[in-house]
Design a protein. Structure first.
Length: 248
């Protein structure tokens, strides 16, 4: 399927996987609508990709109405990519504010945006919804209780929607990566760059461009082919807690 001229809404486009995906989709001729909070980053990316953008927090109650005012709600594709992990310690000593934030961004905002766009896709006879899940939606690991819970929720939501919309020319898909080197770990460790670097020490992580390439592959399949889910990890990773590291 060609992505030429397809209207795609992509959240979390200001860094990492979202940024790489915007560049990859632009190369395929998609018409891009980018969302994230950092306006400077979005503006620079929009210049490179001829994209429209909305610099806004997707958890704001007026996010969907602002989106509708600016671009309408009719899109050929929705990519729920914005997401984050906060903290890596035991749940007993974690901050409730961190849990709330992960639930708001990874779960509630993605659900709400899908709720706004899905009826329009059905009205126009089809579309694609692709959610950025994670191997944390398949496994659990100590120190990741809430992040894993949010990705399990997104996994279940995606699977249920896929069944519910079967026969409506709607492809509901998800990609579940393991370790990808982006700003993800820096956000998780709240700006501690040394701790973030340690995550990838002695191993070769996936890059945002690797994930972007796989997403383009999923979207470009012929219309009758839906890759429900793609699970991908670095060759050096076997599970969230099994990572082969060379001595550094
Ligand atoms: N990196 C990994 O190892 C990995 C593995 C599996 C799955 N994932 C998932 O992949 C997705 C992308 O992560 P990444 O690795 O690319 O991390 P990243 O580089 O930190 O990118 C996260 C993106 O989400 C946006 N975002 C966060 N909160 C937002 C909010 N409230 N409103 C709007 N945008 C918001 C950020 O933009 P602003 O800060 O500008 O708002 C940024 O563009 C996430 O859903 C993550 O859970 C990542």
């Amino acid at each position: 399927m060609t992505l030429l001229g397809k209207k795609i809404l992509l959240t979390g486009a200001s860094s990492g996987i979202g940024e790489a995906l915007a560049l990859a989709l632009f190369d395929k001729g998609a018409s891009l609508f980018l969302v994230a909070r950092r306006a400077d980053r979005l503006q620079a990316l929009a210049q490179k990709t001829s994209a429209n953008y909305l610099a806004m927090d997707i958890t704001q109650p007026d996010f969907v109405s602002e989106l509708e005012k600016k671009f309408g709600l009719h899109f050929d594709g929705l990519i729920n990519n914005a997401g984050l992990a906060l903290g890596r310690g035991p749940y007993s000593t974690s901050l409730l504010s961190d849990s709330e934030r992960m639930l708001q961004v990874n779960v509630e905002a993605a659900f709400r945006l899908t709720h706004a766009l899905l009826p329009k896709m059905l009205e126009q006879g089809g579309g694609d919804i692709l959610n950025l899940c994670s191997i944390a939606g398949h496994w659990t690991y100590p120190g990741g209780a809430i992040y894993c819970a949010t990705k399990h929720a997104l996994w279940a939501f995606t699977k249920a929607l896929r069944e519910e919309t079967c026969g409506k020319n709607l492809r509901v898909m998800q990609i579940s990566p393991g370790m990808v080197e982006s700003e993800f770990s820096e956000v998780r460790f709240k700006g501690d760059k040394d701790k973030a670097r340690e995550v990838y020490q002695g191993m070769t992580p996936l890059s945002p461009a690797d994930i972007a390439r796989m997403i383009v592959f999923m979207l470009e399949q012929p219309r009758h082919v839906c890759i429900d889910e793609l699970i991908t990890m670095p060759t050096d990773q076997g599970s969230p807690t099994t990572v082969a590291r060379r001595n550094t």
